[in-house]
Design a protein around this ligand. Structure first.
Ligand SMILES: Nc1ncnc2c1ncn2[C@@H]1O[C@H](COP(=O)(O)OP(=O)(O)O)[C@@H](O)[C@H]1O
Ligand SMILES: [Mg+2]
Length: 353
């Protein structure tokens, strides 16, 4: 039997300062993840000591991580970098945390993502007019856009503008984002405003289908699709109205994934991530990527798919549906899912070190 892999977690809550020996307080712990680690105990176990680790996993919730915490993590990692495997090294944090940087890397390598511009701000009034002109021009081109911060979730700092937005509306969104950025920049210096094309060509009957694929060490480990008619939506927004489309999309997904796999893996690898959930729409049979989330842990990982009614439907009809959409049920079997994830980490580390 292979030697057990020792894993060390480092984040805001463990692995730094006085918390460096702490085994508990796994950052952004997913439901049943700790049990999953325990279930994999014949293959992998946690260590309190970074120097004993075979693999180190940087666990930070990006949007809550400030420059000081990054610095503390970096300080500990720089002594072991190159000697040990590191999952999602803090050195590549900006690649996924800042959407403008992720988009820039993807574009440079021919990977599709929405068009975007970043905004450089200063306090000059003329500058404000200039920015508004820049936004209006972008808006004329794409008809619908987001004005947003580059490093926050959609519930914060994301404004939708359309060709019917007035100049005042554009200005108010801009001014509020400039304020937001100023507040954040002292702690998260990479914060910026960006303008993003609203991707909608792929909409069918007004439905947008958003795909999420989980990748570990260059391999796809799970995936699902969600769907909605809203402009901005997440898994929790799905209702029973969407159930048939949700089932149909997930039933077709295995075939699509094999076609899209090379681009998905390339998009993740380009950002330097070993583990993450990547999100994309599909346009003309090609993925158009919108974000990489290194620490998935949202509604699907905590409760399941859709609102309460949809969740009950999926659970009541498991017998009939499991054969059609096995990806959905295996993702929701959290404990075995995480056991498998940790076993795969072990498998990879024992092969490549
Ligand atoms: N460029 C885009 N075009 C169309 N819809 C988008 C675009 N970017 C984001 N969205 C919508 O907004 C939602 C949230 O955006 P996202 O960047 O994934 O932030 P987060 O998931 O962190 O809240 C997405 O699930 C999608 O519905
Ligand atoms: Mg998202």
């Amino acid at each position: 039997m292979n030697k057990k892999t020792k894993i060390y977690f480092i984040g805001r809550k463990q692995g730094i300062g006085l918390r460096r020996y702490r085994l508990s307080h796994l950052e952004n712990r997913r439901r049943f993840e700790p049990e999953g680690i325990k279930d994999a105990k014949t293959k992998i176990k946690q260590t309190r000591f970074i120097q004993n680790a075979d693999v180190i996993w940087v666990r930070v919730r990006p949007e809550h991580t400030n420059d000081k915490q990054r610095y503390l993590i970096e300080k500990r990692l720089k002594n072991v970098r190159g000697k040990k495997s590191i999952i999602n090294d803090i050195s590549i944090f900006d690649n996924y945390d800042c959407k403008d940087i992720a988009f820039g890397i993807w574009k440079e390598h021919g990977i599709l993502c929405p068009d975007y511009l970043t905004i450089e701000q200063d306090d000059d009034k003329n500058n404000l007019d200039q920015i508004i002109r820049k936004i209006s021009k972008f808006l004329r081109k794409y008809k619908k856009i987001f004005l947003r911060t580059n490093n926050e979730t959609a519930s914060l700092g994301m404004h939708t503008l359309t060709t019917s937005s007035t100049k005042d509306e554009i200005k108010n969104s801009l001014v509020s984002l400039i304020d937001r950025c100023k507040k954040h920049q002292s702690e998260r210096s990479s914060t910026k405003i960006m303008i993003v094309e609203f991707s909608q060509q792929h909409r069918e009957n007004q439905y947008a289908d958003l795909y999420r694929v989980h990748v570990l060490f260059g391999k796809i480990i799970s995936y699902y699709a969600i769907t909605s008619r809203k402009d901005i939506f997440h898994n929790i927004d799905m209702t029973l109205k969407e159930i048939d489309r949700f089932i149909m999309l997930n039933e077709q997904l295995p075939n699509k994934i094999s076609m899209l796999e090379p681009e998905i893996l390339k998009a993740v690898a380009l950002l330097g991530c070993n583990l993450g959930a990547i999100e994309f729409f599909i346009e003309n049979n090609k993925p158009v990527f919108i974000e990489l989330n290194p620490m998935w842990g949202g509604h699907a990982s905590m409760n399941g798919f859709g609102d309460d009614y949809m969740q009950s439907y999926l659970s009541d009809n498991r017998g009939a549906l499991e054969k059609r959409i096995p990806n959905i049920y295996s993702f929701m079997d959290y404990r075995p899912y995480y056991k498998k994830l940790y076993e795969l980490i072990h498998q990879h580390i024992s092969l490549v070190g």
